[in-house]
Design a binder for this molecule. Structure first.
Ligand code: NYM
Ligand code: MG
Length: 213
């Protein structure tokens, strides 16, 4: 029986280096003959994603509806994600439900309400949290270009990420110091992920979807 792929999630605030690390990890896994695909959320290419892109650039949208659309944007990719996992491919996600909850809760929405929309999405095998203080991010390229890209708000988002991490009894979170060089972060990430890949991926996602949150 085909072993399923590993579901690897990257989380962290804007410009902490997620996309860079996802790209480096993908390249390294492919070089080592480990079939892997990536998705990033929000996926701005779908029709829901286009609404979210416009919202992030300034269009008004009710905040509850916004939250549900970010979640719907994950659910609309679920068949594709499951298919890859079932075929034995590893799946790397650049943001997931944890961003969904942390950003919406930071806007003032009830955190428990926020968790409902993503309940029963496929459960990650590992969550890599790239930790970086907001003051480092402030100086990075394009800071402040999109909605909610500001110091006070992102500090609240970080607090919610830590609230999710510390109350999570079901998932393996790795809190990585992302203030180091790109290469040393990548080395640590690859080390953690390759150890995870040798663990037996025994649970079968099509039979049991686990609670994400
Ligand atoms: N974002 C992202 C949310 O508010 N909720 C979500 O569920 C997701 C996936 O979108 N500031 C926010 C976080 C970012 C913004 O993300 C765009 P990115 O990774 O910069 O494209
Ligand atoms: Mg961004």
């Amino acid at each position: 029986k085909q072993r399923r792929g590993c579901l690897i999630v990257f989380e962290g605030i804007d410009r902490c280096g997620k996309s860079t690390q996802v790209k480096l990890l993908l390249t390294k896994l492919l070089e080592n003959n480990k079939p892997t695909v990536t998705y990033s959320f929000p996926n701005r290419e779908t029709s829901i994603g286009k609404v979210l892109d416009a919202y992030l650039k300034g269009t008004n949208l009710n905040q509850y509806a916004t939250h549900l659309l970010f979640s719907a944007n994950r659910w609309e990719m679920i068949e594709s994600i499951f298919k890859n996992l079932k075929e034995g491919k590893n799946v790397i996600l650049d943001r997931y439900a944890y961003s969904g909850v942390a950003y919406s809760a930071a806007k003032g929405l009830d955190i428990e309400w926020c968790k409902h929309a993503d309940h029963l999405l496929p459960s990650p095998d590992i969550i890599i949290y790239l930790a970086l203080p907001v003051k480092v991010i402030e100086c990075r390229y394009a800071f402040g270009e999109e909605r909610f890209d500001n110091t006070v708000f992102l500090t609240r988002v970080i607090d919610y990420f830590y609230a999710l991490m510390s109350s999570d009894k079901h998932h393996h979170w790795c809190n990585i110091d992302a203030s180091r060089s790109i290469e040393s972060i990548h080395t640590e990430v690859y080390d953690i992920v390759s150890r995870k890949l040798v663990e037996e991926m025994s649970s079968s996602y099509d039979a049991t979807m686990m609670a994400t949150l």
